[in-house]
Write a new protein. Structure first.
Length: 314
């Protein structure tokens, strides 16, 4: 290689190194600014839509809360949801009760139904889920399919047969019709939830326990239950909220006012034959909503964890 060739290559290398970078043209910068503007407008439109949807969804709850501080005469037909005359008389009337029954009686009935529903569902659903997922018995898949099929059966279809059965057993005007099915694993949704979780647990845990001489009861109590904390908490939260808000079941089977739950007690404030006390009804609705709202706020992260773990493999 000659000296001239080396010099030429050296000059070319310097030219490549010292050559200034190509600057963006004005058209490219304009396109980028336009893209950023479109992206910003899309984000603004999305947030505006979500905000409007939130207002529509929360408006009934806000209206109910504000109406609890209005006089009863200002609730119906009033356009402005904000009270002009704030009052706490509605809460005083709600806490004093109605029909000779105090508010705390209604509250206690709802609490009894909700707590016992949680206990019954957790006990029956966990045992049934262990049987379907861990025990081999004839017709297991058929019975599991029939149980899942009950999810497609509307509750209104079985209302009359169930009422006839409980009436013949003398269980009307008691809590038994509302609780008995919870202890007999009739809630297929919770059984299915726990079966799906338990099937993802490794079977090596069962085999190791059997080698140590453990039976099904020991495996279920010492191994499965501690690992099933997420679905158990999730089922407990849903069972509590559903039982607390249940209206149709207590309406069918509870005829005595001292057995009414809070959703049924709200109906007493509306009388078609006399003056209805809408203010006290709104106040009691707010008081009935507070425990469920607090319950959900405290345990909402467990709902997310419990649902998220259903997609994990053990």
């Amino acid at each position: 290689m000659t000296e001239n060739t080396i010099a030429v290559e050296h000059v070319g290398a310097q030219h490549l190194i010292t050559e200034p970078p190509v600057r963006d043209t004005g058209a490219a910068a304009t396109l980028r600014r336009s893209a950023r503007r479109r992206k910003g407008l899309k984000g603004l439109g999305f947030h505006a839509f979500v905000l409007a949807l939130t207002v529509v969804i929360l408006y009934p709850a806000v209206w109910m809360f504000l109406s609890a501080f209005k006089p009863s005469s200002d609730i119906i037909g009033e356009v402005n949801p904000i009270p002009t005359d704030w009052t706490l008389d509605n809460f005083t009337k709600a806490l004093s009760g109605i029909g000779g029954v105090s508010f705390w009686t209604f509250f206690g009935n709802s609490l009894i139904l909700a707590v016992l529903s949680v206990i019954g569902i957790v006990l029956s659903a966990t045992v049934s889920a262990y049987a379907f997922s861990r025990i081999e018995f004839p017709g297991r898949n058929i019975w599991f399919g029939l149980m899942i099929g009950t999810l497609l059966l509307p509750f209104h279809v079985v209302i009359i047969p169930q009422y006839i059965i409980f009436n013949n057993l003398g269980m009307v005007n008691t809590f038994w019709p509302l609780l008995l099915g919870k202890f007999l694993a009739s809630e297929a949704f919770f059984v299915f939830l726990m079966v799906q979780f338990m099937r993802n647990l490794p079977r090596e845990l069962d085999e190791a326990a059997r080698i140590d001489g453990a039976g099904h009861v020991r495996i279920f109590r010492s191994i499965m239950l501690p690992l099933m904390r997420p679905p158990i908490i999730t089922a407990s939260i849903f069972a509590f909220i559903w039982s607390w808000n249940d209206f149709l079941g207590p309406l069918l089977y509870l005829k005595k006012p001292d057995l009414y739950s809070l959703p049924i007690a709200l109906r007493l404030y509306v009388d078609q034959t006399s003056v209805s006390d809408y203010g006290a009804q709104m106040a009691m609705a707010v008081l009935a909503l507070v425990p469920v709202l607090l319950f959900f706020i405290v345990f909402q992260r467990y709902i997310v964890d419990g649902v998220a773990t259903q997609g994990l493999k053990g």
